[in-house]
Write a protein that binds this ligand. Structure first.
Ligand code: UDP
Ligand code: MG
Length: 324
């Protein structure tokens, strides 16, 4: 290309998509309208997380009409967290916006993000004012999760903040530098620090399709979040064990005194079985906890690539994450 260097990109919008064919068109229209008001130098980068439907075909159609729309397509479903990591790797903008494909995140809010960014904030996150669109059970679990994270975690999470946010290049580079496999973006966003600000918004209903998060996926996600940001679950068992041992000594003394004073009335068969089971349970729990961390160490030392790209639509200069 003789025209010299490619144009600098001001704003990249990264959209992780998993079977969202029905939402691509509407999302592109709404995003493009908003982005055009901000700068002509924008790009929309879809990360196709191994969709089995026409998602990629829809994106290809869009790319043919509007070259600023592109995609990175995974070889299989790697999960939203990893899709976001890939999006950050490939996005070229001076700032990157993360947004869901289902229009639950109003694209119009990006204008407010950009205003704040231009004021000097490195991280501008959308903070939902209510979780009304979600079921009571999901809300309950979310609340429990935040409470646990606050009690255990060494990093404070702003409540109601999700992935919908704008991150300045400085923050993007910081996030890219973290080669963690068990990715918990919400924690990582908070961990990097830098000036951050929340913008309140109301979550909309999903435009098409159903949620791509099964209960199992969510539970796994919450567990990953807590175990990758806290060592309390690992350490707490020492104290629990100590307390139980102390309690058992007290109980033993009580039985000793009682036997000396009143003699035995029953052989201690039931209490024996109960205590054996009790301690076996405790030991299993602590072993399980250690296993969690050992499993994590295993995943880290394997140094597998975080994801595999099967296809790239649009600009070729985004380099895949190196095998570190
Ligand atoms: N998503 C993804 N990979 C997955 C699950 C979800 O890329 O394995 C994407 C999905 O296409 C959507 C976003 O992540 O753009 C949020 O998913 P969803 O709306 O299902 O989550 P919810 O809003 O219910 O939390
Ligand atoms: Mg959604």
């Amino acid at each position: 290309m003789d025209k010299g260097r490619a144009r600098e990109i001001e704003l990249s919008v990264v959209v992780p998509v998993f079977n969202e064919a029905a939402n691509i068109g509407l999302l592109c229209d709404r995003l493009a309208t908003v982005l055009e008001r901000i700068t002509p130098d924008w790009e929309i980068l879809f990360v196709d997380d191994g969709s089995g439907d026409a998602t990629l075909a829809r994106i290809r159609e869009r790319h043919a009409l509007e070259p600023r729309i592109g995609a990175v397509s995974f070889s299989r479903n790697f999960g939203k967290e990893i899709a976001i990591a890939a999006g950050l790797d490939h996005a070229r903008g001076r700032a990157v916006v993360l947004i869901d494909a289902d229009l639950q995140h109003p694209p119009e809010l990006i204008e407010t993000f950009v205003t704040k960014w231009r004021e000097g904030y490195v991280m501008v996150y959308a903070q939902r004012t209510s979780r009304e669109t979600e079921s009571a059970v999901k809300r309950g679990f979310a609340r429990l999760f935040y409470r646990l994270f606050r009690a255990f975690g060494e990093t404070a999470l702003p409540e109601g903040a999700g992935d919908f946010r704008l991150i300045d290049r400085k923050g993007v580079e910081a996030l890219k530098a973290m080669g963690e496999r068990a990715r918990f973006s919400k924690g990582l966003y908070a961990w990097i620090g830098y000036p951050a600000i929340g913008v309140p918004y109301t979550v909309a209903e999903r435009a098409h399709g159903t949620t791509k998060w099964s209960f199992r996926k969510l539970l796994r996600f919450a567990f990953d979040g807590i175990t990758s940001f806290s060592t309390v679950p690992l350490r707490v068992w020492t104290y629990v064990g100590l307390m139980i041992s102390l309690a058992s000594i007290v109980t033993a003394l009580y039985f000793l005194v009682r036997t000396l004073l009143f003699g035995t009335d029953l052989p201690g068969y039931p209490s024996l079985i109960v205590s054996v089971m009790f301690f076996a349970g405790i030991q299993l729990m602590s072993l399980g906890m250690i296993g969690e961390y050992v499993g994590r160490i295993f995943a880290e030392v394997k140094r597998r690539p975080l994801y595999l790209v099967a296809e790239r639509i649009g600009p070729e200069d985004g380099t895949p994450r190196p095998l570190i």
